[in-house]
Write a protein that binds this ligand. Structure first.
Ligand code: 13P
Ligand code: SF4
Length: 379
């Protein structure tokens, strides 16, 4: 469980909400100037433009977790992302070897708005996971079941994976991680995103009929028959991303009909039928690379978060970029981090009354690190 310790803030949020963006940006730059390389602002690709321009480093979940682990001079990370990302940054930046290098001095990890959570991560609560594991023991040998959690999960779930010979994955390395998991055991329990788990396992040639979905709200056996569980290769947790779940096969078909040469490019958090109809799929970093490397004049319909697609459209006027859905699909929780929250959190950090401080419980951090290190060793 993550804990927060927040002394009474020197500065209240309300006045920052009233300020113009230029004024906020000016103050953000002043504070960054004072801190120099002791402060690192990290930004996920889905972050809105006015915020991301202030990030020192931007990336997908894997890259951001590696960057957090590599910080040397840094003493504070302000994470313009969501809660699980800040937890991961805290675990990696304050791991024992890094702490020893800094003679015990912790890196403060700040999430500018504590309400910036992830609905997918919230779909796999640790008590639900623990009771599912115990119940599964009635039908299969859980010693040969390897838990794999997407990085988009709570630190408590990562710790569970650390305790049970499991591992963390991201959308960039899910296939490599699943191969590792199958070297360790007979079958995998994949949390919390059923789509990433299913899409990756199908790409590896695993039979979709061997991927039952575990519904934590079902009365018994996660809503499955004992035979389905015994026959499984990958058990999928019933979780999804509310943003990527919005893209449908009908959207793909409409684009193909209107633009016969269009390339469909999607994130693997999209449902199976969308993933299967796409020309290319990959993490946010891969989506950016694929567009960068395409010849001018390429037509794209991209199925991932709106801010990233809009940014790609601005950065690549030589290409024709469409958003795959007619409705707005944006990460509403990440969007909570606006310039006002960023400026307000920096101001309080600067005044030594940090707000939005993320400090993972030490035992959870130690066990999570085991699962994260297994993944980082494969990267
Ligand atoms: P990646 O950045 O790993 O592609 O993940 C997308 C996402 O949903 C982040 O929350
Ligand atoms: Fe979570 Fe989806 Fe937002 Fe990513 S895009 S943080 S998975 S809700």
């Amino acid at each position: 469980m993550a804990t927060t310790s927040e002394p009474t803030p020197e500065f209240a949020l309300a006045p920052y909400k009233e300020r113009e963006n230029d004024t906020l940006s000016e103050r953000i730059n002043e504070i960054r100037g004072v801190w120099g390389n002791r402060l690192v602002i990290l930004g996920h690709h889905y972050q809105q433009d006015e915020v991301i321009i202030h990030s020192d480093l931007r990336g997908d979940s894997l890259r951001l977790s590696q960057l957090a682990a590599d910080s040397r001079a840094c003493r504070a990370i302000v994470f313009c992302g969501v809660h699980f990302m800040a937890e991961t940054a805290d675990i990696l930046a304050n791991r024992p070897d890094k702490l020893a290098e800094r003679r015990g001095e912790r890196v403060s990890v700040i999430l500018p708005d504590m309400a910036a959570g992830c609905s997918m991560a919230d779909m796999a609560q640790i008590d639900q996971v623990e009771s599912a594991w115990e119940e599964l023991g009635d039908w299969i040998d859980t010693k040969k079941l390897i838990p794999v959690t997407y990085i988009n999960s709570t630190a408590a779930l990562k710790a569970f994976c650390g305790r049970h010979q499991g591992i963390v994955c991201t959308s960039s390395n899910a296939e490599r991680v699943l191969r590792w998991a199958f070297d360790q055991g007979e079958r995998v329990f994949f949390f919390p995103d059923q789509h990433l788990g299913r899409n990756t396992a199908i790409s590896m040639g695993i039979d979709p009929t061997q991927m039952p979905v575990w519904n934590p709200y079902a009365d018994e056996a996660g809503g499955n028959t004992p035979d389905a569980l015994r026959n499984s290769r990958v058990l999928l947790w019933k979780g999804h991303c509310s943003v990527h779940q919005m893209f449908t096969a009908a959207h793909v078909a409409q684009f193909r009909e209107k633009f016969p040469d269009i390339k469909i490019l999607v994130h693997p958090e999209c449902p199976r039928e969308v993933f299967e109809m796409a020309d290319v799929s990959g993490s946010t970093a891969k989506i950016i690379d694929v567009v960068r490397q395409a010849p001018a004049g390429t037509q794209w319909a991209i199925g991932t978060e709106l801010h990233l697609v809009n940014r790609l459209r601005q950065e690549h006027p030589e290409q024709e970029i469409h958003f795959l859905s007619p409705v707005v699909c944006m990460c509403a929780t990440m969007y909570r981090i606006d310039l006002a929250h960023l400026c307000w959190s920096l101001e309080n950090l600067n005044a030594a009354t940090p707000v939005g401080k993320i400090e993972v419980d030490p035992e959870i951090a130690t066990e999570s690190l085991v699962a994260l290190d297994r993944m980082l060793a494969l990267s």
